[in-house]
Design a protein around this ligand. Structure first.
Ligand code: NAD
Ligand code: DAU
Length: 350
């Protein structure tokens, strides 16, 4: 198949691109505008493959999207392009509305018209990659989110993703586009931009800088290794039922404090005896406004219908991730100087 992947220079999109080129015969057109979160190094291992191409197109730009799609003539779409950082959505929500809502709308329109024009009709597939954050927050004792959880987003980011999910469902029901939605929990792994919890703590701890833990560090996230998510996305794209939603998660709930302490211990172990314990760098700082307490996913539908389960435990995945950051400073070091220096985000609001 010829597959348009949007956001394929980002963290998860690049894992999807690497997976498609390495493990399938599909051709890929990577539609990525190249925001601050994009890195070409994340697809360097497959960029020379003749089945891979990138175009620097903004999905909000309907005409540019139309031209790229007409030229490539895709059989399907895997849509990941988004503004993805909750803290940045507090500082500046506008880009989130533009890309996540308007951009998804433009892409749905382009896919719908391409399905009609090319004669593929409902044979053209559209996989929308979304998040568990659209369901809001769980209490400590609530059952995990699943496909029937009500939408209750709490941040500008999650509200924009919820809006995009609703558009995708509407384009299936109203226009017959063969859409599938995945709602996934927190990802971690290689090529993760060092603004999110795990990579930020790794690069700060490596440089012996303070480790800012929001609130009391007792918020819970359900962590999934990014390459397991990429496998789930491609499996849902190939075998998911149109009109369906699949909840994807790592079955690995951890408090933020547990995660940061585990990173400190892994780095101390790598450094050997004598270094001062990195747990001493942890500082509790002002909480994130509207901070969701807990996310967790029941992924049994994905397991039963798609035959997908995570391949790594959180402990193995985190050890692999820490080692990757130690060995790949070429990738993350330039980002700190040029794009983001690790300062606190998401407390100003605008
Ligand atoms: P990311 O921020 O790392 O990457 C986003 C990519 O999209 C970047 O390469 C960027 O250049 C591109 N992009 C942004 N705006 C664009 C536009 N207008 N036009 C074209 N390209 C644009 O994001 P990520 O963490 O890889 O997340 C990818 C998707 O997965 C998002 O839709 C996100 O909501 C979803 N998701 C993320 C997680 C997570 O833990 N990171 C979990 C579940 C779902
Ligand atoms: O659940 C899926 C979502 O996971 C995705 O949809 C988002 O795109 C992705 O960014 C992620 O959202 P979170 O807000 O959960 O991720 P983040 O890494 O920003 O924060 C994880 C937790 O760690 C959260 O409770 C806030 C906390 N945190 C974060 C940072 C950056 C800190 O305590 N300190 C920090 O410096």
């Amino acid at each position: 198949m010829r597959v348009v992947v949007t956001g394929g220079l980002g963290f998860i999109g690049s894992a999807v691109v690497r997976h498609l080129i390495t493990n399938t015969d599909h051709e890929v057109l990577n539609v990525d505008k190249i925001t601050y979160a994009a890195t070409e190094g994340s697809v360097a291992s497959v960029a020379a493959d003749p089945r891979y191409r990138h175009v620097a197109v903004d999905i909000v730009d309907a005409e540019a999207v139309r031209v790229a799609i007409e030229e490539f003539d895709p059989d399907g779409f895997i849509h990941l392009a988004a503004e993805s950082h909750v803290d940045r959505s507090i500082d500046g929500p506008r880009e989130f509305i533009m890309t996540n809502v308007v951009g998804t709308y433009e892409l749905l329109q382009a896919a719908r018209h391409h399905a009609d024009r090319s004669g593929r009709g409902d044979g053209l597939r559209f996989l929308h990659v979304s998040t568990d954050e659209v369901f809001g927050t769980l209490s400590a004792t609530d059952a995990p989110f699943d496909e029937n959880s009500p939408y209750a987003p709490t941040s500008p980011y999650s509200a924009s993703k919820a809006a995009s999910d609703h558009l995708v469902r509407a384009w299936h029901e109203t226009f017959g586009l063969s859409t599938i939605i995945t709602n996934c929990s927190n990802n971690y792994g290689p090529f993760h931009f060092p603004e999110k919890l795990i990579p930020l703590m790794i690069v700060k701890a490596l440089r012996h800088q303070p480790l800012p833990v929001y609130g009391a560090g007792d918020n819970v996230r359900d962590w999934l290794f990014v390459e397991d998510h990429a496998r789930a996305i491609v499996r849902a794209f190939e075998a998911g039922r149109p009109g369906q939603t699949y909840a994807i998660g790592g079955n690995a709930e951890r408090t933020n404090l547990d995660v940061v302490q585990a990173i400190c211990d892994l780095l101390d172990h790598e450094a050997g005896p004598g270094a001062s314990p990195r747990r001493e760098l942890i500082q509790f700082v002002t909480d994130r406004p509207g901070h969701d307490l807990r996310y967790a996913i029941d992924a049994s539908k994905a397991s039963t219908e798609l035959g997908w389960i995570p391949s790594l435990t959180f402990e193995d995945g985190l050890a692999r991730t820490v080692r990757w950051y130690l060995e790949n400073e070429w990738w993350w070091q330039p980002l700190l100087g040029e794009r983001y220096e690790g300062q606190r985000l998401g407390v100003t609001g605008s």
